[in-house]
Design a protein around this ligand. Structure first.
Ligand SMILES: [Zn+2]
Length: 71
């Protein structure tokens, strides 16, 4: 019976990726009690809010090829 502690990521258990109900997430945030995932039984230690970052468009850099002028 190895206890595993996982985080809730994007509203889902970090262990089994099943959805964690908002009410349960609230309990985890408040850390009033030990919340375990009802699907896999892992301990839910906290809620991670991942900010989804869209890939920033890379600016094109004009590469100037400086040719050495022949004398
Ligand atoms: Zn789980």
């Amino acid at each position: 019976n190895g206890l595993a502690v996982v985080m809730v990521k994007r509203g889902a258990c970090g262990g089994c990726f099943n959805t964690v109900p908002p009410q349960r997430q609230a309990d985890i945030r408040e850390k009033k009690k030990l919340i375990v995932c009802e699907h896999c039984g892992r301990i839910l230690a906290g809620v991670e809010d991942e900010v989804v970052e869209e890939a920033a468009p890379k600016k094109k850099r004009a590469t100037k090829a400086t040719k050495a002028s022949k004398a």
